[in-house]
Design a protein around this ligand. Structure first.
Ligand SMILES: Cc1cc2nc3c(=O)[nH]c(=O)nc-3n(C[C@H](O)[C@H](O)[C@H](O)COP(=O)(O)OP(=O)(O)OC[C@H]3O[C@@H](n4cnc5c(N)ncnc54)[C@H](O)[C@@H]3O)c2cc1C
Length: 380
């Protein structure tokens, strides 16, 4: 569904600008959009940030020197990313008082099918919609996150193409999974209309690609589903230090992890083990420290688990596309929903957490001027 055509960018930028202004400053969330879009495959991924694979120094890129600017165009944190994507999707930049971004409506939703409800983290709404989209041919795959094959209870990007895959990857893991990276696999598989599921940092990828005309990759994304998120944790912090060392949990017998004002670990024997969220903050993944987007403001629909009654997904319908998906899926009986206003505490909490995340973005005084080398920001 096309949106308004953006003006063509006039200034040529390149990897050096991205490296100095986004990676070095700590604004990079590690979403991997630049890596996916790089047509020369000279960007790798190390410690959750993009790295230059050519031997020209960390900020050097021979293709950038010859005029390639694609990595900067794909980045959902580069320069005026937020107002550009706002304008593109909503026709205007968010106002400061639009604390959770621009949207059409807020609902509490849940899957009507038992399987999505059972496997889902909250109301299984995300999974129910993905299954529906795959079954009716609106999408031919989804970039989601699965449990890692290498490290128990780590998360990694994957592509699913059927209900079984969606349900196997349902639920939340609280380490970072760069789901946009799965677009590469989706392309290899010949998929051309995927749903991209991911936190705010990842759901702004679609808008960045569209506004700055990285059409090859933009065209492959049919739906963008956002997950509310105030942070993810490092694997070593969450799973090694807290889960294994402090709580003595055996990761092979962990059934589920959740965050509801506290960290909750559920074992397959049915025990609930609680850990104070405050004490876990020291293990926040560095790429999250500067992220201003709690509410996944550029998704078609954003989903979160703030509902005060178990088993409902707080859902924020944002774009025209999101509304269309929502209405038709509801009419088909795939999800059921009630007004978000029926759970004022959940909505209030969402606004509060969104306002808190906003404080992380550098002020205009703190933000290094475009083109400065290297851009340094105060520590957070
Ligand atoms: C790291 C993280 C932090 C979150 N923080 C909050 C929060 O602070 N407040 C809040 O209200 N909600 C938060 N959520 C969202 C919440 O946990 C649920 O994902 C959301 O409510 C949707 O529930 P559901 O049952 O409809 O989704 P489901 O049907 O369970 O589908 C969830 C989807 O998320 C994908 N996914 C799981 N883990 C990851 C990951 N690490 N990275 C990317 N994709 C993943 C799954 O593959 C699946 O497609 C967070 C989610 C994540 C992953």
């Amino acid at each position: 569904m096309p949106t308004r055509l953006p003006p063509v960018a006039v200034e040529k930028t390149q990897w050096r600008d991205l490296y100095n202004e986004v990676v070095l400053t700590g604004l990079c969330t590690g979403c991997t959009s630049c890596i996916v879009a790089c047509p020369f495959h000279v960007l790798g991924y190390e410690d959750n940030v993009p790295v230059q694979l050519q031997e020209e120094g960390p900020d050097g890129c021979s293709h950038g020197d010859k005029g390639c600017d694609i990595c900067t165009r794909a980045c959902p944190r580069f320069r005026e990313w937020e107002s550009e994507i706002d304008e593109l999707f909503f026709g205007q930049t968010r106002k400061p008082e639009e604390i959770i971004g621009q949207y059409r409506d807020i609902y509490l939703a849940r899957a009507t099918g038992q399987e999505s409800l059972m496997h889902g983290q909250d109301g299984g709404a995300v999974s129910a919609l993905l299954v529906w989209g795959l079954e009716n041919g609106e999408i031919d795959g989804a970039c989601t996150s699965k449990l890692s094959d290498e490290r128990t209870w780590d998360a990694e990007p994957t592509v699913v193409t059927d209900a079984e895959g969606v349900l196997a990857t349902a639920g939340s893991r609280y380490t970072y999974s760069a789901n946009p990276m799965a677009l590469l696999k989706a392309a290899e598989m010949g998929l051309s209309k995927v749903a991209l599921v991911g936190m705010g940092c990842q759901s702004s990828v679609t808008g960045a690609l569209e506004f700055r005309r990285v059409n090859k990759w933009r065209r492959k994304i049919a739906w963008t589903f956002g997950l509310l998120c105030s942070k993810s944790f490092t694997y070593d912090g969450l799973m090694v230090e807290i889960a294994q060392k402090e709580l003595g949990l055996d990761l092979d017998h962990l059934a589920r992890v959740n965050v509801k004002g506290k960290l909750l670990f559920y074992t397959d024997a049915g025990d609930e083990v609680v850990y104070p969220l405050k004490e876990a903050h020291r293990f926040t993944r560095p790429g999250c420290l500067r992220c201003p987007d709690f509410a996944a403001e550029h998704a078609d629909i954003s989903f979160g688990g703030l509902g005060q009654s178990e088993g409902w997904t707080l859902s924020i319908v944002r774009t025209e596309r999101g509304q269309d998906i929502w209405d038709r899926a509801t009419a088909d009986g795939v999800i059921e929903h009630r007004p978000g206003a029926e759970d004022p505490k959940a909505v209030e909490l969402m606004f509060k957490l969104a306002a808190k995340s906003r404080e992380r973005w550098p002020t205009s005084e703190e933000m290094p001027a475009a083109g400065t080398t290297p851009g340094v920001l105060p520590a957070v």
